[in-house]
Design a protein around this ligand. Structure first.
Ligand code: NDP
Ligand code: 2IT
Length: 450
């Protein structure tokens, strides 16, 4: 099959199309499945979205860029990694989304992340299209000089495909403020332009207040909305957070501020279980520790005398679970353990951390479940604000940006309720998908067959 056209819009037909065109792209297929499952019934009731190739266009990226990234390591060895940028959808604005540096990165993973970004960016209410990029480069164990050399080589190819009007990358796993600085520096050197082409910059050279905190803070603002809407509060709730990187750290900070007790955090080696709760000082230790990517969370257990275990933290008893590490890190059996232990809310800080079976089980068990495209949208929302500040050559204060972030998260929560409610039932995944879809689909209809 060479051209792409669906005979009829069914979930099976869409998944079959992906299997034929992109065999083995399991992560991408999973992300399409999770969106289409709730969108298709909506399309059936809204005929204007049928028969115009909308779905075929929605699941096909506008452009995929793959490139060689050669660099030299500290011992003078020549290394070659693979770079990606998937410019998925520009119906709402310039392509926007992060860069991930992790050895697991491949085209399927970047496509799933870019596909999720379409609906997430739409939900923010800002004019942001969707893209994602990265490399299978592993920053762990590399010196700063090696990371800098890699970043310089990476952007030396990518720079010709991006601009502040066209495609604006940011961070994701393995790409934090340090890497953004190196990437931005080389971009500026190559183009002689001081411009808002990348977000997540240091505040001294064009970054926005609250961008480092935005995803984690936004997640907790969303959780608070969910709980309040259902007549509960955050006060004294027990929280488990997976990961100990950017999103996890600031989720923990805001969770502490909101009066909860965070008893666990993790990394790819295992998790710490601190029965007394992680307080502000202990969190500062984690932030300092994780400045170096090779440092392990296990050191926390040694320093503060608590338990460390290999594996994932989901078997601990908690009220709120916040997966903030990576995709498919919370499976059906993890969901089972959480439910047995009385969890009442699972909200995704990471992208697609819950498997589909886990989501179904949580929903069936009436656990409040928030999909990442809604609950982790705070990061890209503040990136959008960084773009506005750069374009206008001004800087908003911490308080101004925080206020705007709270408004965005509240408005996303309202959209989830508007489109996800069915009598007593409230399905946040359905609400987020439909609300995100409508804005993008209407823009695509208005702009013709492109
Ligand atoms: P970081 O690189 O700062 O931290 C990632 C954390 O997740 C680390 O603790 C890391 O552990 C752990 N982790 C990564 N891969 C795995 C794995 N395969 N198995 C177990 N643990 C793993 O990334 P971020 O905090 O920025 O990103 C975390 C998640 O949030 C990702 O899913 C990302 O896509 C999503 N996200 C990020 C946003 C942002 O603004 N940064 C915005 C929205 C979503 P270790 O150090 O051992 O590798
Ligand atoms: O997944 C995400 O939303 C991000 N990594 C942030 C994207 C951005 O452009 O700030």
């Amino acid at each position: 099959m060479s051209d792409i056209q669906l005979k009829e819009i069914t979930l099976e037909a869409i998944l079959e199309l992906i299997d034929q065109r992109d065999p083995g792209q399991t992560a991408f297929k999973q992300s399409v499945y999770e969106v289409m499952e709730t969108i298709i019934p909506f399309i059936r009731e809204n005929k204007k979205y049928e028969n115009i190739g909308l779905i075929e266009r929605l699941i096909e990226p506008e452009r995929v860029i793959m490139f060689r990234v050669p660099w030299e390591d500290r011992d003078g060895n020549h290394r070659v990694n693979r770079g990606f940028r998937v410019q998925f959808n520009s119906a709402l604005g310039p392509y926007k989304g992060g860069l991930r540096f992790h050895p697991s990165v491949n085209l399927s993973i970047i496509k799933f992340l870019a596909f999720e970004q379409i609906f997430k960016n739409s939900l923010t209410g800002l004019n942001l299209g969707a893209g994602k990029g990265g490399s299978d480069f592993d920053p762990k164990g590399k010196t700063d000089t090696e990371v800098m050399r890699f970043c310089q080589s990476f952007i030396s190819e990518l720079y010709r495909h991006i601009s502040s009007e066209k495609d604006i990358p940011a961070g994701d796993i393995g790409v934090g403020e340090k890497e953004i600085g190196f990437i931005y520096g080389q971009y500026k050197r190559l183009t002689s332009r001081f411009t808002g082409v990348i977000t997540g910059k240091g505040v001294d050279y064009g970054g926005s207040a609250i961008r480092p905190q935005a995803t984690g803070f936004g997640l907790l603002y969303f959780v608070e909305e969910m709980l309040n809407h259902h007549g509960h509060s955050m006060d004294k709730k027990t929280v488990i957070i997976s990961g100990s990187g950017n999103v996890a750290q600031y989720a923990c900070e805001k969770a502490i501020e909101k009066g909860t007790k965070v008893i666990a955090m993790s990394d790819s080696n295992g998790f710490i279980h601190d029965k007394d709760g992680i307080n502000k000082n202990k969190l500062d230790y984690i932030k300092e520790l994780k400045r170096e990517r090779h440092n392990r969370i296990e050191k926390y257990a040694e320093k503060f005398g608590c338990d460390f275990e290999e594996g994932k933290p989901w078997k601990l008893k908690c009220d709120i679970a916040l997966p903030c590490a990576t995709q498919n890190e919370l499976t059906e059996s993890d969901a089972e353990s959480l439910i047995e232990n009385g969890v009442s809310c699972v909200a995704e800080g990471a992208n697609m951390p819950c498997t589909d079976a886990a989501i179904k089980l949580l929903q069936k068990s009436r656990v409040l479940y928030a999909p990442g495209k809604a609950s982790n949208a705070g990061g890209v929302a503040v990136s959008g604000m960084e773009m506005s500040q750069n374009a206008r050559r001004l800087s908003w204060t911490y308080e101004e940006v925080d206020k705007k972030l709270i408004e965005v998260m509240k408005s996303i929560h309202e959209k989830c309720i508007q489109y996800g409610s069915n009598g007593e039932d409230l399905n946040y995944m359905k609400g987020a998908n439909i609300a995100g879809f409508i804005k993008v689909a209407d823009a695509m209809l208005a702009q013709g067959h492109v």
